[in-house]
Design a protein around this ligand. Structure first.
Ligand SMILES: [Zn+2]
Ligand SMILES: [Zn+2]
Length: 285
């Protein structure tokens, strides 16, 4: 079973608290890809403290140009450059143009082996991407249906390719275990208000990392005007997407601790967590 490791290097939103740095999530997949989702001020030190070299990152995906998501990028890239290996920066289109002018190696999407990373525009006050990470894990075949097929055909079918055996074309869906899905998906929203234009085309995800700047003590309309979400908004998105895990982050500095967020997460009836800063989550996909 694919195992994902995620380290929360900062769960604060907009304004930090002494013990709650701003956005940055390190993700490592079972294929060995290493990614950073958002790069707040000083994020390279927090990576180093956790034994992760900036030069070991393959991708740094920036959700948008607000300071609490990007101020750590120049230092991180400078360090990686001095170490001799730079990650590819991913950014929303207009920001990508600016970064390219500044000499960054930047793109708006990426594909590497079985991982595809793409921007899903979200609903914030400036151009912003939610980042969709999608892994092609192939099909699990139904033993009975696949019986008698040659090994080469099985290999192709598992990878999602159709085969022709003795004049008969077999599509992978015909012999796959009906409960097996070819893709695994994680979606990280960055900053967003409720955003049907992102959620509806996405249809489903396995893991949703959603911002929840506010708990339930602010007028949701005010939160939405600022391009942010409440816990209830994040829960609604997770329900709509059928996420088997909801992770809440980007917590406003107005909350001294995360108790209120955690109580709401627990009451949601979903598998929902509010990670601590520097907490590792091991996610079975
Ligand atoms: Zn933010
Ligand atoms: Zn923002």
């Amino acid at each position: 079973m694919p195992l994902l490791k995620a380290l929360f290097l900062g769960t604060g939103g907009a304004v930090p608290r002494a013990t709650r740095p701003l956005s940055g999530i390190y993700v490592e997949d079972w294929e060995g890809h290493r990614l950073l989702l958002d790069a707040s001020e000083g994020v390279q030190y927090r990576l180093l403290e956790n034994g992760i070299s900036p030069a070991s990152l393959d991708f740094v995906a920036i959700s948008h140009a607000h300071e609490d998501h990007i101020l750590g990028l120049p230092g991180l890239i400078a360090t990686a450059r001095l170490m001799g290996r730079q990650p590819k920066v991913l950014a929303p289109p207009k920001l990508a143009e600016e970064l390219a002018r500044l000499g960054y190696d930047v793109a708006t999407s990426a594909e590497d082996r079985r991982l595809r990373i793409s921007c899903v525009p979200v609903c914030h006050t400036v151009e912003a991407c939610g980042w969709l990470l999608e892994w092609d894990v192939g099909y699990r075949l139904d033993k009975a249906k696949a019986e008698g097929l040659p090994r080469w055909a099985l290999t192709k079918l598992i990878k999602g390719e159709a085969v022709e055996v003795e004049g008969r074309v077999i599509r992978p869906e015909e012999v796959a275990d009906p409960s097996s899905k070819r893709f695994k998906r994680l979606f990280y929203t960055g900053d967003t208000g409720p955003c049907p234009s992102a959620v509806e085309p996405l249809k489903w995800v396995d893991v949703l990392i959603h911002e929840a700047t506010f708990a339930d003590d602010v007028d949701p309309a005010e939160a939405h005007k600022e391009g942010h979400s409440t816990v209830a908004d994040a829960v609604e998105a997770a329900r709509a997407l059928g996420a088997s895990l909801l992770v809440l982050t980007h917590i406003s500095a107005r909350y001294e601790d995360k108790a209120r967020h955690r109580a709401l997460a627990a009451a949601s009836g979903l598998n929902a967590v509010v990670p601590d800063d520097y907490e590792w989550l091991l996610i079975q996909l």
